[in-house]
Ligand binder design. Structure first.
Ligand code: MG
Ligand code: FE
Length: 169
């Protein structure tokens, strides 16, 4: 068994690892993108937001006296690295990347929704406020990706159909 406080601390560590992975994945995508400036700019904006989120989670963790889990962080980094490498081998990496980004943002949305409820149950209003601050940024990123997926797909298809243009990134 575990107290609400113990579960909260555990999930904050998971969130820390998740944001490390978010940073690696977003940076890898931004670095490779060349022909899709709007997507690159939105990813760069979210990298900055992710730094702010990491700071908020770190503050919650140190306030609760728990350090972040380096083992989970490492796993996250390796997974993000794998995704970046895997993506670069695909001829449609920009589309697969946007789809993977959408999935990732929705995992973040679910995580912070659970964290808000857990913080509430644990009586930790500061963690609750921190997660309430992060949640809309993840929702906005997910919505942006979904909204722009049709025009991104159209741009990719036009480039892909032209032998003189590179389409994948
Ligand atoms: Mg995030
Ligand atoms: Fe995010």
């Amino acid at each position: 068994m575990a107290t609400p406080q113990e579960n909260l601390l555990d999930w904050l560590r998971d969130a820390h690892a998740m944001e490390q992975q978010a940073e690696s994945m977003l940076k890898a995508q931004s670095k490779r993108l060349e022909h899709y400036p709007k997507l690159k700019a939105r990813i760069d904006q979210h990298i900055q937001e992710t730094f702010g989120q990491q700071k908020l989670i770190d503050e919650c963790l140190s306030r609760l006296g728990g350090s972040s889990s380096s083992i989970k962080d490492m796993t996250g980094k390796l997974m993000a690295f794998g995704q970046a490498v895997g993506g670069s081998l695909m001829s449609d990496e920009v589309i697969k990347g946007a789809m993977a980004g959408y999935v990732f943002e929705n995992v973040e949305i679910a995580s912070y929704t659970a964290l808000v409820a857990a913080a509430k149950a644990a009586g930790d209003s500061e963690t609750e406020a921190a997660c309430e601050k992060i949640l809309p940024q993840e929702i906005a990123m997910a919505e942006w990706l979904l909204e722009h997926l049709p025009e991104l797909t159209e741009a990719f298809l036009v480039r892909s159909d032209d032998p003189n243009l590179e389409a994948k990134k």
